[in-house]
Design a protein around this ligand. Structure first.
Ligand SMILES: Cc1cc2nc3c(=O)[nH]c(=O)nc-3n(C[C@H](O)[C@H](O)[C@H](O)COP(=O)(O)OP(=O)(O)OC[C@H]3O[C@@H](n4cnc5c(N)ncnc54)[C@H](O)[C@@H]3O)c2cc1C
Length: 418
């Protein structure tokens, strides 16, 4: 029991209160994280600050590559993967993945994108794969023997998952033959295997006509598989994204994840987990923006004196800090919910909360960069300052793993009811 005694109140730190101070003092960190999770947070943040953050701009401009950084990040490949398949026993939960993605994105959103691609490959296998698939793919993923990717988004209208049509399959004897394309596939140019969501030719049964297959990708020199030229993107520039095309690619029953027709359910469940990781990355970027803006204003002279002492600047920076704090609480409360079992022993449904958390984080990040970049003045408009990279990475968080309007359609409908 904590007593309400005024003179026992700890003295607040005088500041500056960098994002790590705010994180360490948060209820999430102090009351809800286990010792292990606090250690994981510190460890990932430390690597991110040492290995990624000094090169945020160089990664964006192509003067450094993610591949150079991957050996230092390899220690985190087992986060979120069951220990029996090589994962780290203490860190198998979604909260651990949120910790990982928040802190990787702090240094480079592109680095967290690499883990997104691998994670999106692993999640359907963890949710619905066979023991053989889990042993084969998850173990190799953790060992760094393979890179994975995830082909869900259709070329015509990615948001309308139930009506996908640009990749189809047909059964021919004992094999399934896949033809068509998917777009915006993170890691596709460097991946060895991909999961793809394909519609059964001639089957019009909406929600029941999509099946998930694991197929070899470019780096496995697969026949009939093409990862097209990497896209020239606004942000996430050190991460590799492309259209993939399958031309008469054959798969067998052993390559199907779950059952024929399970694809829609697997997609929406994978997205619920994916949205939490993406939201966490938006949080990491907001924390970095906060630190960068504090650093900048403390060194810069403003009208009337040091910029950090000007009330208007302080007001704006306080708003950034408030958004960081609120976003942290929203994301982690949803992540803890996603680790909660209902009375029937099943994971509770957290899809609405995950969509809201992602949407909240994406919008908060937009507000943060719109405050933090102008506070850098003209310097913020150059790729010498990390805030510029965060600014161009930010819109992805309104789009990836569910565009904001589309999330609003589904969460809004759930909230008001039919
Ligand atoms: C860098 C990057 C990496 C990605 N990585 C992957 C990946 O690894 N795997 C993968 O499968 N996908 C990936 N994606 C795809 C991403 O998930 C999609 O871009 C996203 O789901 C939106 O789909 P879309 O681009 O087809 O937009 P569209 O579906 O074409 O939507 C366009 C716009 O219309 C809006 N809209 C749609 N319907 C309505 C409506 N009824 N009312 C109002 N507005 C509406 C949407 O909100 C959106 O703003 C990636 C995308 C990017 C940019």
């Amino acid at each position: 029991m904590v007593l309400l005694v005024l003179d026992k109140h700890a003295k607040p730190k005088k500041g500056p209160l960098m994002s790590l101070d705010l994180a360490r003092n948060s209820a999430v960190f102090r009351r809800f994280f286990s010792e292990d999770r606090r250690a994981l947070f510190e460890q990932v943040r430390d690597v991110s600050q040492r290995v990624l953050a000094p090169d945020t701009c160089r990664l964006h401009t192509g003067n450094a590559t993610l591949e150079e950084k991957l050996p230092e990040l390899a220690q985190f490949r087992g986060v979120g993967i069951p220990a029996e398949f090589g994962g780290i026993a203490e860190f198998q939960g979604i909260v651990d993945m949120v910790i990982l993605h928040e802190n990787l994105a702090y240094g480079s959103a592109s680095a967290s994108a690499f883990f997104d691609g691998n994670g999106l490959f692993a999640t359907p296998i963890m949710l619905a794969g066979t023991e053989v698939q889990k042993r084969k793919y998850l173990t190799d993923l953790v060992a760094g023997k393979i890179v994975g990717c995830y082909g869900l988004t259709d070329l015509q209208c990615g948001s309308d998952v139930a009506n996908m049509s640009t990749l189809r399959f047909a059964k021919q004897g004992e094999v399934y033959v896949l033809n068509g394309s998917k777009t915006f596939v993170t890691n596709a140019p460097i991946a060895h295997f991909t999961v793809v969501f394909a519609v059964e030719r001639g089957n019009e049964e909406r929600y029941r006509n999509i099946t998930v297959f694991i197929v070899p990708a470019k780096n496995a020199c697969a026949d009939g598989f093409v990862a097209e030229k990497p896209m020239d993107k606004l942000g996430w520039r050190a991460s590799h994204t492309s259209i993939i095309s399958l031309d008469d690619v054959s798969a067998t029953a052993e390559d199907i994840v779950g059952k024929i027709g399970d694809g829609f359910l697997i997609a929406v469940t994978t997205l619920a987990y994916g949205r939490l990781k993406i939201a966490a990355e938006a949080l990491g970027l907001m924390e970095r923006a906060l630190d960068e803006v504090i650093k900048f204003v403390r060194e810069r002279r403003g009208v009337g004196g040091p910029l950090h002492l000007q009330p208007v600047a302080q007001y704006q920076i306080d708003e950034i800090a408030q958004l960081v704090q609120a976003t942290r609480d929203t994301i982690y409360s949803t992540a803890f919910l996603a680790e909660t079992l209902d009375s029937d022993g099943k994971v509770t449904n957290f899809a609405t909360e995950a969509a809201q958390a992602k949407s909240f984080a994406g919008r908060a990040l937009q507000r943060v960069v719109n405050l933090a970049l102008p506070l850098h003045g003209g310097s913020g408009f150059t790729f010498e300052y990390p805030i510029s990279v965060i600014y161009v990475d930010a819109p992805l968080y309104m789009i990836g793993e569910g565009a904001d309007n589309v999330l609003a359609i589904s969460t809004g409908a759930s909230i008001v009811g039919k």
